[in-house]
Design a protein around this ligand. Structure first.
Ligand code: GDP
Ligand code: ZN
Length: 300
């Protein structure tokens, strides 16, 4: 957890109540009515004792979020079908997109979708290619390396590459996301088991089965590293990002957009488009541009 964090950390949310770490203990708190934001896992909050002795402590403020991960859904009832946002977690530093080299088959393009959502919330992205033990060569991911993503090859089964993954997430609050069956739970369990082995402890403070529950929770691998897990984060759906915002979420697109003839160019059908020129000359990867177009036209 980077930076000088103030307030108390929300480690779990269940209905209206939030569990908050206060002086090393996990305390159930209830949000004050009219609170500025609805607390989510990872939030930093101010907690005060309740007026009545038997009532749970009260969250009186949600501190500003460094990053936030939101699910978007196009909302037909809003002007122009603008997207409504549902924030799933706050203050995550790194989203680890997990893909299996095989079973299920790997289509690098799906990384793009996660990148867009994470970047929108200010979160860095890395890729973990799991099931390395199955002996399948990874596809060419140079496009993503050039965009600055760290890529590690791992096996939850044999432990191969787990040190690299551990180094990648050290000192951060991270989430694991990716399609069902790629091995997210297995990886998190493997990381967790090795962390627990190190401190000579079996099972965590918050018990077993945390990776299969439907709750939203945050738990620590060590003093400075935490994993946020919610079912919603595991497979992110996304739609309804406005066209003008979408371009900014593809770094190589926004970089070329200033060369477009029209200021409001969507880099689709417009003449004199700097982005399309860059795709034609190979400066911008065709696959990334195709994802951009797909998201631009996505409905639902
Ligand atoms: P999740 O849906 O992403 O959480 O995936 P799971 O962790 O439940 O794993 C899905 C399946 O893949 C299970 O049958 C795991 O045993 C298997 N699996 C996970 N990691 C590995 C790995 O590194 N190698 C192999 N061969 N199988 C794995
Ligand atoms: Zn353009």
């Amino acid at each position: 957890m980077t930076g000088p964090d103030t307030g108390h950390l929300v480690v779990e949310v269940h209905g209206i109540l939030a569990s908050v770490e206060v002086d090393g203990e996990t305390v159930r708190c209830s949000p004050m009515s009219g609170l500025n934001l609805y607390p989510v896992v990872g939030d930093r909050v101010v907690v005060e004792p309740a007026a009545l002795e038997d009532d749970p402590p009260v969250i009186t403020e949600v501190l500003p979020r460094r990053t936030s991960l939101a699910r978007l859904r196009r909302d037909a009832t809003r002007h122009g079908g603008a997207a409504s946002e549902h924030v799933l977690a706050a203050n995550i530093d790194l989203a680890v997109v997990v893909a299996a080299l095989v079973r299920p088959p790997f289509h690098p393009r799906f990384i793009d979708r996660y990148m867009v959502l994470a970047q929108r919330g200010g979160i860095d992205v890395a890729v973990a290619l799991n099931k390395a033990d199955l002996g399948v060569e990874p596809p060419d991911l140079s496009v993503y390396r050039e965009l600055g993503l760290a890529i590690v090859k791992v096996s939850a089964k044999t432990g191969e590459g787990l040190d690299d993954l551990r180094a990648l997430i050290a000192g951060k609050t991270v989430m694991f996301t990716g399609h069902s069956g790629v091995g997210k739970s297995s990886l998190v369990n493997a990381l967790h088991e090795s962390a627990m082995a190190e401190v000579g402890e079996v099972g965590g403070k918050r018990g077993q089965g945390r990776h299969t529950t439907s709750r939203s929770s945050l738990y620590r691998l060590d003093a400075n590293t935490a994993i946020v897990d919610t079912p919603g984060l595991r497979s992110l759906s996304m739609s309804g990002i406005p066209a003008d915002e979408l371009g900014d979420l593809f770094p190589e697109v926004s970089e070329r957009a200033e060369r477009c003839r029209f200021r409001n160019c969507t880099h689709d059908h417009e003449p004199g488009c700097g982005v399309k020129d860059a795709v034609a000359s190979g400066e911008v990867a065709q696959v990334r541009y195709e994802t951009y177009l797909r998201l631009l036209h996505e409905e639902d």
